[in-house]
Design a protein around this ligand. Structure first.
Ligand SMILES: CC(C)(COP(=O)(O)OP(=O)(O)OC[C@H]1O[C@@H](n2cnc3c(N)ncnc32)[C@H](O)[C@@H]1OP(=O)(O)O)[C@@H](O)C(=O)NCCC(=O)NCCS
Length: 179
């Protein structure tokens, strides 16, 4: 599945993207609110990405990861992903992360909007969720801009650098307004 937005191309992750994804996960600002932590080496990143590659060979596909390319420059600027529940719940969970050089241009908002459209229109989802550290103000802002609603505060749910951090759960249902 290749997804285009006005300024970006999301292409399903392949092993050819591994080094870029590893570079992304090694950036301290990207890791700040990330439960994965900075990977020790490329092999650790490979194991993080393996379930996404394996999911691509399964039907129905329960996990997707995409590399994000900026159309204007052809640069690899980040990644996004979605995990799906079983068919009864029709629930998806999305995430996204960009290299800091590309923050503040509305790109994450453009990605999140596209994932929501794909989730509802192509993957037949009923509801799409996203979680974020409550201190991750940029991410909270993105979720609010795309019409996600705050459903709750999950206390001490995120293991981040040896601490349990509080997380917000945001979600949008298929018939909610999409600004
Ligand atoms: C979170 C992240 C994806 C945002 O990407 P982005 O492309 O900069 O997002 P956008 O430009 O679409 O929107 C960012 C919004 O946050 C706002 N913002 C920027 N810095 C901010 C700050 N310090 N505090 C509050 N809001 C801030 C921007 O003004 C913008 O809102 P606006 O359009 O109302 O002005 C990016 O910072 C990132 O990759 N972080 C690391 C990974 C991560 O945390 N991922 C989210 C978890 S799923």
């Amino acid at each position: 599945m290749d997804l285009h937005t006005e300024r970006l191309i999301l292409a399903e992750f392949t092993w050819a993207d591994l080094e870029e994804i590893h570079r992304l996960h090694c950036v301290p600002e990207v890791d700040e609110y990330n439960t994965l932590g900075i990977p020790a080496n490329l092999e650790e990143t490979r194991e993080i990405m393996r379930p996404f590659i394996e999911a691509g060979n399964q039907q129905p596909q329960a996990k997707y990861a995409w590399g994000i390319e900026e159309k204007a420059s052809g640069a690899f600027i980040g990644m996004a992903g979605m995990s799906l529940s079983n068919d009864r719940f029709r629930l998806g969970e999305i995430f996204y992360k960009l290299f800091p050089d590309y923050w503040g241009r509305g790109y994450a908002t453009e990605v999140a909007r596209k994932l929501i459209t794909v989730g509802f229109e192509d993957l037949n989802l009923h509801k799409i969720e996203a979680g974020t550290d409550i201190e991750n103000e940029r991410s909270v802002r993105v979720l609010e801009k795309v019409g996600m609603n705050l459903e709750g505060l999950r206390r001490k749910i995120l293991p981040i650098r040896g601490e349990w951090k509080d997380g917000y759960l945001y979600a949008i249902v298929e018939d909610d307004p999409r600004p």
